[in-house]
Design a protein around this ligand. Structure first.
Ligand code: CP
Ligand code: NVA
Length: 315
């Protein structure tokens, strides 16, 4: 079935970092995601990417990103290629710029999960097809887009929703800072001083907040951050690549666990969110992980819908 593409305004764009997208453009992706989710739930075919192929390069492990991109493009009528970086010539030293130009000759989009954000930027500079950041040490934009969709579904709107993030100021924090501030939300990042998010990204988020009426705050005090929060959000204390620091991080971050104590300080009806994978009794208590599983796994499901929308709009 041929389906005409409705929105062309983002066609050909990369998704490297949410800073490159205006609030209107982010909204467009979320709206499209909600529409695709409803089409999928109602059994309405939506083959907007018929015949198209996404090349997916993985330098790190993944459950959600790999499966949601692969299933997502399949549902849109296209297909995906899983490419382990170790098996590509890239793993034996072929330059990123040559990989970018080669994959651009075979595929209609490239998704990459890797360590260094500069690699994604270089890939995008040399690719002639859209490049999607599937997580780097610095950013995880697809996660934040899906999180916005989840928050909008659960709260009905985004503006002035108060999200408190606890733990390590990492890639997920950085993308949440940009996403929440861009949508006029209030985000408080609560970390020990040595695990704060990058100052440059905080600055960008503060700039966003001034334009959107949002708020960006930083604190080391979990009780203060949880006060009246609508959402308590957390992520692992040691990200991929930081395995050697696991024990040291456990010690330094132990007061930042999202648990019943913290939830009691939040607003009534507050939600718990986690991008997953979760480490129970570290960043989140087993009890809250299980009692908020319906929200947390909806959040995981929304990776599918948000990324379908993104692929459909840019590819
Ligand atoms: N949240 C997330 O990106 O999960 P994966 O590492 O399983 O892809
Ligand atoms: N911060 C985590 C997110 C995993 C989806 C990591 O980078 O490992």
């Amino acid at each position: 079935m041929a389906v005409h593409k409705k929105k062309d305004i983002l066609r050909g764009r990369h998704m490297i970092c949410l800073r490159d997208y205006s609030p209107e453009e982010i909204n467009l992706i979320i709206e499209q995601a909600a529409e695709l989710k409803s089409e999928q739930k109602n059994g309405i075919p939506h083959p907007y990417l018929e015949g198209k192929t996404l090349a997916m390069i993985f330098q790190k492990a993944s459950t959600r990103t790999r499966v949601s991109f692969e299933v997502g493009i399949f549902q849109l009528g296209g297909s995906a290629l899983y490419l382990s970086a170790q098996d590509l010539q890239m793993g034996r030293g072929e330059p990123i710029k040559d990989t970018a130009r080669t994959l651009s000759r075979y595929s209609d989009g490239i998704m990459i999960r890797t360590f260094d954000q500069n690699e994604v930027e270089e890939l995008a500079r040399y690719a002639s097809v859209p490049v999607i950041n599937g997580l780097t040490d610095r950013f995880h934009p697809c996660q934040a887009l899906s999180d916005l969709l989840t928050i909008r579904e659960k709260k009905g709107f985004l503006k002035e929703v108060k999200l408190a993030y606890f733990g390590d100021g990492n890639n997920v924090t950085h993308s949440l800072l940009l996403a929440c501030s861009g949508m006029g939300m209030h985000i408080t990042v609560c970390t020990p001083p040595e695990y704060q998010p990058e100052g440059e990204i905080l600055g960008w988020a503060q700039e966003n907040a001034r334009a959107t009426g949002g708020k960006v705050e930083l604190t080391a005090d979990p009780a203060e951050a949880a006060q009246n929060a609508d959402i308590l959000y957390t992520d692992v204390w040691a990200s991929m690549g930081q395995e050697a620091e696991q024990e040291q991080r456990k010690q330094k971050l132990k007061y930042y666990q999202v648990n019943r104590n913290l939830l009691e300080k939040a607003s009534s009806g507050a939600l718990i969110m986690h991008c997953l994978p979760a480490h129970r009794e570290e960043e989140i208590s087993e009890e809250l992980m299980e009692s908020y599983a319906p929200v947390i796994f909806e959040q995981a499901e929304n990776r599918l819908h948000a990324q379908k929308a993104l692929m459909m709009l840019i590819m």
